[in-house]
Write a protein that binds this ligand. Structure first.
Ligand code: NAP
Length: 334
């Protein structure tokens, strides 16, 4: 077990503190809810205190049972946990209802952070095919995003949520909304791994004192089929990364995590087999400056979650979701 007191923490812009590494809980349509919950149970006992959950992962009730069991057994107390969850796209108009269900499922009384999972309400069903489209999908709207965000602000006022998170944002979307929010977002969850570093977004978040949380920190080798394209790069097989792992006598996954931590982002690796080793990465020797510089050169614009299933009628292709030209396609109130 890793002593949780030895795991460093980040300070959030609201004065709260968050462990520097967390456990992801998305089974990627491959790992069942019970298997994920079992990993969470093991993770709690291995020393994890931060868990990245989401309503749409379909496993919050199973995970909640493990939180409750660990509390009943005296393994943890609620205040030592940092529990994050996310409002799914079909609940943007019903945030309180979604949040209360998540809190009941996770059996956790309040959420340490609640995210808007995606900045638009475009819904897709679990296990859907990459070509599936929801006819109700719409482009990003500032007014709709701010309305959803305000509902979370009210939950903060009521004490049900401690911090607000945003996810899958871009700089143009952040520029469009940040000055309209009463409570500043404490963190932004984005895809971040050695071959997809999003340096501009990372820098923007740091400049605005919003903690970057990196999802798919290992390049998600078992992501859902819909997110796999032949041109995708396997981060953990980059020769430079493998050489650094060899020098440290560890798996390349551990190097990805150490790089993330030393860069200043919070990684949330998912694992059912290797979670203890991943947590240990936060408390063992650091990478050298030279190794950090080598990993900085591995950027390949290797976006793995393209998000095709969120496209609206009239959109060109998945690039429209990421505002690559600095404008937000289809937005009528930006
Ligand atoms: N906000 C969002 O929109 C969003 C999107 C995607 C993901 N997320 C969050 O980010 C989390 C992580 O993303 P992810 O699960 O897609 O990808 P990931 O953490 O990059 O990769 C997970 C995979 O890596 C393997 N792995 C983990 N540790 C390893 C190690 N030490 N050695 C070898 N293999 C290892 C795991 O296999 P084993 O199980 O066999 O160890 C698993 O197949 C998710 O669970 C979710 O919480 C958020």
């Amino acid at each position: 077990m890793v002593d949780p007191r030895t795991v460093p923490a980040f300070s959030l812009n609201n004065g709260l503190s968050i462990p520097c590494i967390g456990m992801g809980t998305f089974g990627s349509d491959r790992v069942t809810a019970n298997e994920v919950a079992e990993a969470v149970a093991g993770g709690l006992r291995a020393g994890y205190r931060l868990f990245d959950c989401a309503a749409c992962y379909g496993n919050e009730a199973e995970i909640g049972r493990e939180f409750r069991a660990a509390m009943d057994e005296g393994v943890i107390v609620r205040k030592d946990l940092f529990i994050m969850s996310k409002v799914w796209n079909d609940m943007h108009r019903h945030v309180a209802e979604s949040c209360k269900k998540t809190i009941a499922d996770l059996q956790c009384d309040y959420l340490d952070m609640l995210f808007i999972h995606w900045p638009f309400p475009n819904y897709h069903a679990p296990f859907c095919d990459v070509n599936s489209r929801n006819p109700d999908s719409k482009p990003f709207s500032v007014a709709e995003f701010v309305d959803t965000y305000r509902q979370i602000e009210e939950l903060v006022d009521q004490g049900l949520v401690r911090s607000i998170g945003i996810s899958n944002m871009t700089i143009p979307k952040l520029e469009a909304v940040l000055d309209k929010l009463r409570i500043k977002p404490a963190a932004c969850e984005s895809e971040l791994h050695p071959c997809f570093q999003q340096q501009d977004l990372f820098d923007y978040l740091k400049e605005h004192d919003i903690l970057p949380i990196g999802y798919m920190p290992l390049g998600s080798p078992r992501r859902p089929e819909r997110d796999i394209l032949p041109e995708d790069i396997d981060d953990m097989h980059m020769p430079e990364l493998m050489a650094i792992a060899k020098a440290h006598d560890c798996h390349p996954a551990i190097i990805c995590l150490k790089w993330a931590l030393q860069r200043g982002q919070l990684p949330i690796p998912f694992s059912v087999h290797n979670y203890e080793a991943n947590l240990r990465a936060a408390v063992t020797e650091k990478l050298t400056d030279e190794e950090m510089s080598v990993i900085a050169t591995l950027e390949r614009n290797n976006r793995l979650v393209k998000g095709q299933v969120f496209l609206w009628a009239g959109a060109n292709d998945w690039h429209d979701l990421w505002d690559e030209d600095g404008v937000i396609p289809g937005c009528t109130d930006c």
